[in-house]
Design a protein around this ligand. Structure first.
Ligand code: FAD
Ligand code: ZN
Length: 470
């Protein structure tokens, strides 16, 4: 009898299959190296939707599990296989064509394997903006972004991946192709099925194509780095800025003093925008407008003046050029990297209602400091979305491994505070393998039952990314 792999090879050809263990390695390792290297029967790289469909049908028939993989930048162990070696990794990276760009409809239609930065670039070349933006955008692909419902730094103004998808094409676990590539802004014809696959982390089918919303390209970008009194003051300032600029705030990112200290110490070519006085709390605010008429800058200055008068803003610098704006962004974006030399970190990707962030920070800081005296709280991130990357560096001089071994206990303390404020244990990174055990603790039995029922209906043989999410 011909093996599943031989049949798959007959579909995708020799160049569509990697079976050499050495060549497979990059597909087996997760971004943060938090999981043991996976094993797989092969990495399968189809070149078309029809090929994906035939491969999935073979897998369904032979009960061969599939791990869909895009750029493999996911942070929860969802995109790499387990260690048993009986799964295939299905990489979408060969499917990397922009299928269509419709400037008047403000849409772009892409294969799942188009790199996020290339989607942005194609939009920009057509004088449009695709606003999804995140640290891994040079490697992550749009199918992965949609499958994780990625967030990033533009959510405040434009929403997360889910809100940017108009249509989707999916290969279902039995191999059928669902062409849901709608380019419609309005379509009320029953259940909106695309949302099932957005954020499903590859457990319900394989996303092979997407229609994405575009926006007018910004002509004016104003970026400021501000010292604020405290997190509450930061939120008051955000409300002021939104109202005063017709909601043109695109990003509102939180940078604590400790995070900035790490960056200035550990990342080359960085400098403090406000070197004269140390402050405890900083925010990076960015406003964008499609008009380059100087109005945005005037409004920003007025907001800062009002913020200072009210005691919300203590000091600040507005970027004088795009280069300086990018230098401000570097201070925010390199915090995770800058944390590494400081020892072991216990990380959290939590969200609470925006107005509750100060309460979350106060309460969480208190419990973790009580549990681990000397712990260094380096929480930073998307304050405007109520999403903080609540990262905790080990105490100076502590035993790194002993500290890391306490992660479950610390996770629990942090999650308890977030959940009491009706927050989430995973704001943007997903569940994957990392938080799978926790899901039953945070989802209501009714919600969990619905999720399991949907999974069973669409994937009765449990071939799609088993052991992830559910
Ligand atoms: P992968 O890692 O390959 O896959 C992610 C999940 O989706 C897996 O479960 C996989 O099985 C599934 N999947 C992938 N492709 C498909 C498909 N075509 N069909 C079905 N399932 C599929 N995330 C944020 O939300 N916000 C951030 O700000 C952010 N910043 C990041 C910064 C860095 C430096 C890095 C490395 C990651 C960051 N992330 C962030 C994590 C984020 O989830 C991923 O970067 C990205 O969205 C995943 O895309 P990917 O193509 O790498 O997907
Ligand atoms: Zn983030």
């Amino acid at each position: 009898m011909t093996s599943a792999l031989d049949r798959i090879k007959a579909v995708v050809g020799e160049r569509g299959v990697i079976a050499d263990p050495g060549e497979m390695t990059p597909y087996m390792l997760d971004e943060r190296r938090e999981w043991p290297a996976g094993k797989a029967l092969a990495v399968v790289r189809p070149g078309s939707v029809e090929e994906v469909s035939q491969v999935v049908a073979i897998c369904n028939e032979t009960r061969t599990a599939i791990v869909p993989q895009g750029g493999n930048t996911g942070l929860v162990g969802g995109s790499t296989p387990h260690t048993k070696g009986d799964e295939i990794v299905l990489s979408l990276k060969r499917m990397n064509r922009v299928r269509d760009l419709d400037p008047l409809n403000y849409t772009i239609t892409c294969d799942a394997g188009v790199i996020l930065a290339d989607v942005q670039k194609a939009a920009a070349e057509a004088d449009r903006l695709f606003p999804l933006s995140l640290g891994g955008e040079g490697t992550a692909v749009i199918g992965g972004n949609v499958s994780t419902n990625a967030g990033g730094t533009g959510v405040l103004r434009y929403g997360n991946a889910r809100e940017l998808v108009l249509g989707i094409e999916v290969v279902l676990p039995d191999g059928r192709i669902w062409d849901g590539l709608s380019r419609l802004r309005k379509d009320n014809t029953g259940y909106d099925l695309k949302h099932l696959f957005i954020g499903a982390e590859g457990t319900l089918g394989i996303v092979t194509g997407v229609v994405l919303k575009l926006f007018p390209k910004p002509r004016d970008i104003q970026t400021a780095f501000l010292a604020v009194r405290d997190p509450s003051a930061a939120l008051e300032l955000l409300a002021l800025a939104r109202a005063a600029t017709d909601d043109r705030v695109t990003a509102f990112e939180w940078i604590p003093r400790l995070g900035l200290d790490y960056v200035l110490k550990n990342i080359p070519d960085t400098r403090h925008p406000l070197p004269d006085n140390p402050y405890d709390h900083y925010v990076l605010i960015e406003l964008t407008s499609a008009h380059d008429d100087g109005v945005l800058r005037e409004r920003l200055e007025a907001v800062l003046a009002e913020g200072m008068e009210k005691g919300l803003v203590l000091d600040g610098a507005i970027a004088a050029s795009r280069a300086q704006g990018r230098a401000f962004w570097k201070l925010r974006e390199t915090i995770p990297e800058a944390q590494k030399p400081e020892g072991s970190s216990i990380r959290h990707d939590v969200s609470v209602p925006v107005s509750k962030v100060p309460e979350f920070l106060n309460k969480a800081d208190a419990v973790v400091k009580k549990a681990v005296p000397g712990i260094r709280v380096c929480s930073f991130g998307h304050l405007g979305d109520g999403n903080v990357h609540y990262n905790l560096t080990q105490p100076i001089g502590a035993d790194s491994a002993a500290y890391a071994a306490r992660h479950e206990e610390i996770n629990h303390l942090v999650y308890e505070v977030a959940l009491a404020l009706r927050g989430s244990i995973s704001a943007e990174h997903g569940i994957g393998r990392q938080k799978r055990e926790l899901l039953p603790e945070v989802k209501s039995p009714v919600a969990l039952a619905m999720m399991r029922q949907i999974k069973k209906t669409l994937d009765p043989n449990n071939i799609m990314n088993p052991g992830k999410l559910l």
